[in-house]
Design a protein around this ligand. Sequence first.
Ligand SMILES: [Zn+2]
Length: 254
Amino acid sequence: MAVAAAYHWVLLLLAGPCVGSFLGLVAARLPEGRAIAWSRSRCPHCGQVLGWRDLIPVLSWLWQRGACRTCGHGLSWRYPAIELAALGIAIWSLAVTPGILAWASAVLGWSLLALAIIDVRHLILPDEITLPLIPAGLAVTWALDPDRLPHHAAGAVAGFLFVVILRWAYARVRGREGIGLGDAKLLAAAGAWVSWQGLSGIVLIAAALALAGHVIWSALFQRRELTKEIPFGPYLAGGLWLTWLYGPITIGSQ
Ligand SMILES: [Zn+2]
């Protein structure tokens, strides 16, 4: 058992930063409709194709002090930051859901990380990431406990409908779009992973995080743009992540 556990740790810790590199590409290219897999990475300033020495997660950036080896232009800190975040997700997954389940947690966490980054930058949650999470969540449920599958399928439907109804009601009252269909697909994915029983807790956590985020943002930047569109995806992603790892919020007994 100890050997098997160590095996998961080593592989996931190695995979984390590499997946982070890939997520950096996905986050940069997916919203612009550019090819993700089949084009080589280039320096955005001089166009130099990056070699393997430039593509070692985090370390390349540190070695070169965050600058391109050819032209010396600064390279964004975002890339090593995403690589470190992906490593953090791998460690968190291993710590809370050990063994083979850590892989499922990590894949979920990495997908949510990519969604959060893209939503913050572009205010969209791409179908390419939200929709595959629905069958993935159901597959993990089936592998863990097939009897629970109906609850998780119901969760996917309920998650989607909840946002769609909220969206409709908001549009009726305020006359404009309040929450996107991308959020509906993300909450559908959430239902698939944590069943309908986890949904209310996710919405609660997301609302609390969004409120905290708004307060911090206003304090930092002295702005109150309540009418400005804010991305809700990162908060839903945070709620799903915590609920997946630690279980649904229960109020009252126990
Ligand atoms: Zn360059």
